[in-house]
Design a protein around this ligand. Structure first.
Ligand code: AGP
Length: 611
């Protein structure tokens, strides 16, 4: 989950690379570096964010129309200057940047050390560039063929760009398991981990496929082939996103922007899926319609917030369509020898479409012959391309590390899926079905109403900011929302927060509760509300500070909770979409008040493309 960027063409490379790294920092920001060639190789690298790298390069000669850059999330080797990419070969004439993991690097390194190689870093990446140079020299190969040969010896995942001081008219790129996009300009190429740094220069892109290698040339030509050497004519896609979509749009942070974008992204995710006759059209489902009809069950594999949206999907699909659903942590599913076959539908949910564990779980499902369906946000991402079919959530680029608009986009698609299956399986009568469809279709106004509560949420954040622990409670379909509220708070404010089914308090967590201990209850269910309230009474009796998300108009709630946030009335089924919004804002403002880096929280990265 690092960010890589390369440029070759008529522009000065340094500004293109730096701007690209700043846009890719959400993928990792332990250290950053740039290599450029004007007449000779120049490398600048530094621990910390791109801003630190800029200080280092400030007084340096950064001329050159070819270069590569990297922003790192450390895997092998501590996040420090020496382990920052780019890395150089033994001679210092070849440079590489790499996103991924070389799993057999120790063996390769030992062999190279025996041949007299010396290494400056602890990274697996440095081993790879030494191997490439060794092969190039020993076998008298072109750089392209040397990279090809070296990659046949590599076990692991990679997206790499290799540059040669002695040949400033080409760059070599290759990928397996980590994303790489080629931006094709007028006699210039932009290479990046995703399209966001490319879109302002060109909309013509090629998504390199796994086990592919390419050479791009200053004259504007390029060739793609498999690592095995079979030529490949790639499809040049046209990007639809606009550069300004990637800016902050007047908000202080991407996360805040993306929270407020939900006032239209939820509507966007719904758009075109509810037809005038009230039937649901979900892109990609018709391709697996027959298999869905005879399917034994649905298995959802995902990580983090995407796993939580899968839990909401489980409640919805089982309650509305009466179809068995199991939600699995992808990282567990891939190793626990699950039992599945062609009668299973495996749905992979992933905002980035590049999460390594989810990719691996999907690969396993395909090996068992299961039918696979993807719910992704990044168009052309690996998961989107691997599944038999799928639906994009179309919420636009999500830059903030904490997932917000992607979560509600995923829940909307899962809601549509549940309704579509319920209609097909006739598990709802017409009036129940129409009531649910109408209320989902019109949820946009309620979204805006909740987002307008920001000032009240800021007041609550001002209390929460001094706490070190918090409990989030919910029941039924709101239990996953409690989990999501806890995840948001912990990952950006660093307050230890846990989400629990409200009834579970008595089985242990209530021991934590003492005076002023913050308990946030997602009490917006219509069903089970009395039980949620009695759970709240239990913690209140022990002195807890109680914060309640409650349905609009429930005046008595003011006597139960110390603070309440009112949520417009919609059916329980759609309450997760509305109830998560104040929790996103609560986490955001608490983190701000605690001085945390909201868009780039410590130790995290936006896309976990390594195990
Ligand atoms: C969410 O706020 C986290 N940043 C993280 O849990 C994320 O949801 C998880 O890594 C999965 O990412 P994906 O949706 O891109 O697969």
């Amino acid at each position: 989950m690092c960010g890589i960027i390369g440029y070759i063409g008529k522009r000065e490379a340094f500004p293109v690379i730096i701007k690209g790294l700043q846009m890719l920092e959400y993928r990792g920001y332990d250290s950053a570096g740039v290599a450029l060639v004007a007449d000779k190789m120049k490398v600048f690298k530094k621990k910390g964010k791109v801003a630190e790298l800029l200080k280092v390069a400030d007084n340096e000669d950064t001329k050159g129309t070819i270069g590569i850059g990297h922003t790192r999330w450390a895997t092998h080797g501590a996040p420090d200057d020496k382990n920052a990419h780019p890395h150089l070969s033994e001679s210092g004439k070849l440079a590489i940047i790499h996103n991924g993991i070389i799993e057999n690097y120790v063996v390769l390194k030992q062999a190279l050390i025996k041949e007299g190689h010396t290494f400056k870093s602890d990274t697996d990446t440095e081993v790879l560039i030494h191997l490439i140079e060794t092969i190039k020299e020993k076998d008298n190969l072109s750089l392209l063929e040397a990279v090809r040969s070296a990659l046949t010896q590599v076990i692991g995942a990679y997206a790499i760009v290799v540059m040669d001081e002695k040949d400033t008219d080409t760059l070599i790129v290759a990928r397996r398991g980590s994303p790489l996009v080629l931006g094709i300009g007028e006699q210039e190429f932009f290479i990046a981990s995703d399209a966001s740094p490319i879109v302002e220069y060109t909309k013509s892109v090629v998504y390199l496929e796994d086990n592919q290698i390419a050479i791009v040339r200053r004259d504007g030509t390029y060739d793609v082939s498999s690592i095995a050497g079979v030529p490949y004519t790639p499809f040049v896609e046209k990007l639809t996103m606009e550069a300004e979509m990637l800016e902050k749009g007047g908000y202080e942070h991407y996360m805040q922007k993306e929270i407020f974008e939900q006032s239209h992204t939820i509507a966007d995710a719904l758009r075109g899926h509810i037809l005038p006759d009230r039937s649901i059209h979900l892109r990609g489902l018709e391709e697996i319609a027959e298999q869905m009809k005879i399917a034994r069950r649905i298995i959802i594999v995902a990580c983090g917030t995407s796993w939580i949206s899968g839990l909401v999907g489980e409640y919805l699909i089982e309650s509305l369509a009466r179809m068995p659903v199991e939600v699995e942590y992808a990282s567990e599913f891939r190793y626990r020898k699950p039992i599945l076959n062609k009668h299973d539908i495996v749905i992979a949910i992933s905002q980035s479409g590049e999460t390594a564990d989810t990719l691996a779980a999907l690969q396993l499902a395909k090996e068992f012959g299961a039918v696979t369906y993807g719910i992704c946000n990044v168009v052309g991402s690996s998961i989107a391309r691997m599944t038999d079919s799928g639906s994009y959530i179309h919420v636009g680029p999500e830059i903030g590390v904490a997932s917000t608009k992607a979560f509600t986009g995923q829940v909307v698609v899962l809601s549509l899926l549940a309704l579509l299956l319920a209609k097909e399986r006739e598990t709802l009568n017409e009036s129940e079905y129409n009531k649910l469809v109408d209320s989902l279709e019109n949820i946009g106004d309620s979204v805006d109403k909740v987002l307008k509560e920001e000032n009240k949420i800021k007041e609550i954040a001002n209390i929460l900011k001094d706490k070190e622990n918090a409990l989030f409670l919910g029941r039924g379909i709101l239990f996953p929302v409690a989990l999501e509220g806890a995840l948001k708070l912990k990952e950006i404010s660093y307050i230890h927060a846990e989400g629990y089914p409200a009834a579970e308090m008595k089985h242990g967590p209530i021991a934590l509760v003492e005076k002023d201990f913050p308990v946030i209850a997602v009490a917006t269910n219509e069903s089970l509300i009395e039980k949620v309230i009695s759970n709240v009474q239990e913690v209140k009796a022990r002195g807890a500070l109680t914060i309640g998300l409650v349905r609009e108009g429930q005046e008595d709630m003011k006597n139960i909770f110390d603070h309440i946030i009112e949520i417009p009335n919609v059916p329980d089924e759609w309450m997760p979409i509305l109830s998560v919004l104040p929790l996103q804002l609560l986490a955001y403002h608490t983190a701000i008040l605690r001085g945390a880096d909201v868009d780039k929280p410590r130790n995290l990265a936006k896309s976990v493309t390594v195990e």
